[in-house]
Design a binder for this molecule. Structure first.
Ligand code: NAG
Ligand code: NAG
Length: 318
């Protein structure tokens, strides 16, 4: 209990500090800027979409992460390629990105109620927040007022963490965005939802080429599970944890059993620099929830644009 109270106070302090650094962003931005229904409309749209297809929650969270890690949270991920530009969207790193239609639907509704006010970048951030909540995770509020960017280039997606990274490399990459190792482990918990494709973990199995042994950090039974999945080909899907549509701390329990799917998952347990954090989250779901929501708010403020355009159509610059 005391932990939770302390943590809540830390969340408040962090939010106050963050707000001071982002004058343009505000929890009540749309209340004050002519679209008081904005949060409600996005929530309803996400709720309806997840009722029809719960697997979209993982896609929406990943979309926000991918957006923020490249060029800041500016909806660059939503731009379609044009004749003279190949967008982020068309990078191989896009495979698990889903939910573009949810964003389009919310945008359409928002444009009919309050045209030109609600940015696509904010919709992505709100949709991720709502996806966490409707999947059973923590409820949290986010500052709004982001503007939409105009650059989206396939080569920028090099800055996403590949599934082969070890803990040190993850700490370095997330550190470049201002995250601590603990925040990186908390954000990795986004893998409580969704699936990985065989192509992203088959290098850990022996069967596909005989030049190396099975990754020794995988449980011997779980190797068989992964190998079986890969019998379905490179695009075959393996859930990250046993409850792929439930936002919980099962992901960390899986890492303790050496049943992490990606190398970049299991490394968090293997490496002494992050192992204690994995154990703490596996033991205490409330702690994971608090740290996750705090890290999500922070991620949602990466290089946000306070001036610029609000796209009319999230797929095209105005
Ligand atoms: C992902 O990129 C590929 C090309 O690498 C493209 O064919 C595909 O349509 C993209 N998928 C999505 C969901 O945008
Ligand atoms: C992590 O990867 C880097 C780069 O490949 C390597 O130099 C380092 O030794 C690795 N760390 C561990 C603990 O394996």
């Amino acid at each position: 209990m005391r932990y939770i109270v302390t943590k809540m106070m830390m969340v408040l302090v962090t939010m106050v500090v963050m707000l001071r650094h982002c004058n343009g962003l505000n929890m009540n931005y749309y209340m004050m800027n002519g679209c008081p229904m904005a949060d409600f409309i996005v929530k309803n749209t996400v709720n309806a979409a997840l009722r029809a297809d719960p697997t979209l929650a993982a896609g929406l969270i990943r979309m926000h992460f991918h957006d923020c890690f490249i060029q800041g949270c500016d909806a660059s991920i939503l731009l379609d390629s044009t004749d003279d530009n190949t967008a982020e969207k068309d990078s191989p790193a896009n495979l698990s990105l889903r939910g573009y239609k949810v964003i389009d639907d919310a945008k359409q509704e928002l444009e009919s109620r309050c045209p030109g006010v609600v940015s696509c970048a904010d919709i992505v951030a709100m949709a991720a927040r709502d996806a966490v909540f409707f999947a059973g995770g923590p409820v949290y509020e986010i500052p709004k007022g982001r503007k939409d960017g105009t650059r989206s280039k396939i080569e920028d997606t090099r800055n996403l963490p590949p599934p082969t990274f070890n803990a040190s490399e993850l700490i370095t990459m997330f550190g470049q965005h201002g995250f601590t190792a603990q925040e990186m482990v908390a954000l990795s918990g986004g893998h409580t939802l969704g699936v990985a494709r065989c192509a992203s973990f088959k290098n850990r199995l022996k069967s596909f080429d005989s030049t190396h042994d099975v990754d020794p950090s995988i449980d011997t039974q779980f190797v068989k599970t992964l190998a079986k999945t890969c019998n379905g080909g490179d695009n075959a899907e393996q859930p990250f944890d046993q409850t792929r549509n439930m936002f919980d701390n099962n992901y960390y329990n899986g890492l303790q059993r050496q049943a992490g799917v990606l190398s970049s998952d299991q490394t968090l347990m293997t490496d002494p620099k992050t192992r204690n954090i994995v154990n703490a989250y596996a033991f205490n779901q409330a702690m994971f929830f608090f740290d996750f929501q705090q890290a999500m708010v922070k991620m949602g403020l990466l290089d946000v644009k306070e001036t610029g355009q609000v796209r009319q159509n999230c797929r095209k610059i105005n």
